[in-house]
Design a protein around this ligand. Sequence first.
Ligand code: MRU
Length: 332
Amino acid sequence: MTVPETILWKQQRLQLLDQRVLPKQVEYLHINSLAEAVTAIRTLAVRGAPAIGIAAGYALAQSMRDVQPSAFAETLEANAATLIAARPTAVNLRWAVDRLRDTAQRDPTYEALCREAEAIDAEDRNQCRLIGEHGAALIGSGANVLTHCNAGSLAVSALGTATAPIYHAHAQGTPVHVWVDETRPLLQGARLTAWELAAAGVPATLICDNMSATVMAQGKVDLVIVGTDRVARNGDVANKIGTLGVAILARHFGIPFYVACPSSTYDKHTATGADIPIEERDASEVRGDHAADVAVFNPAFDVTPAQLVTAIISDRGVVHDPDETRLMALFG
Ligand code: MRU
């Protein structure tokens, strides 16, 4: 079994694998309007920072299909603003939309926007491949890798970011095993990461989020690799809620903590993690069917300070002990 494509662009029409119903059902949403794209992003039908960016690029291009030249600039601005507001934390969304805006400055046509959206998609595939090549060197034979959330194929165009080094090592014949945090409240680890690793034939073991300390204490984790939704200029990283706890544990137990991302996730305009907007989601996600009607706090992401990050694995190379100077030298 191989994992279905996250995003399809056929005859200049956008289709999104509906990640809300995975792994039980494999269904594609046919996106017919900007409003449908925004709903798909907000409700996590498409999710994961790079995938949100790619989908937004296609959705914005598609929304401009029949727009008259006289209304082109104004409509593009309005549609871009609507898309950017869909989710606040992943910088890839704004980054992709800005690329299409820049394209329209040079060539304000629907065809040019489609070409740019396709270029973003193609670049992402290549970047994931490079992340895999750079990161695989960090995975020794027989390594146990712990990951949180889903920064796999489903979160990008293909291969993933955190999973790319794992897939690369696996393809090279290097034995590797992955501890998969289930990732409350929406279970991206249990529903998505565990599923796609199984599909790829990579040995994996699912654990509840509150078990990672135990497997680390038992000496069963050699390294952690996670993805990120935004790297601030100083190297602080936002990722799925719970990542900070994993990073603190890794430091306590002397385990390297790696963050994998494409260069589009580095945001030089955001000075530190404190400046990253953190999305808060609906209380029902935490309450589920079990909890009483109590107050709920449901931040979707947390920020791990750069000091806890051993290295950032990117398509441009590996940055050890990330700080503003090193990161700006590579991405600035
Ligand atoms: O809320 P989600 O599922 O979009 O959160 C996704 C994550 O936190 C991922 O780790 C991150 O976007 C990196 S994806 C390569």
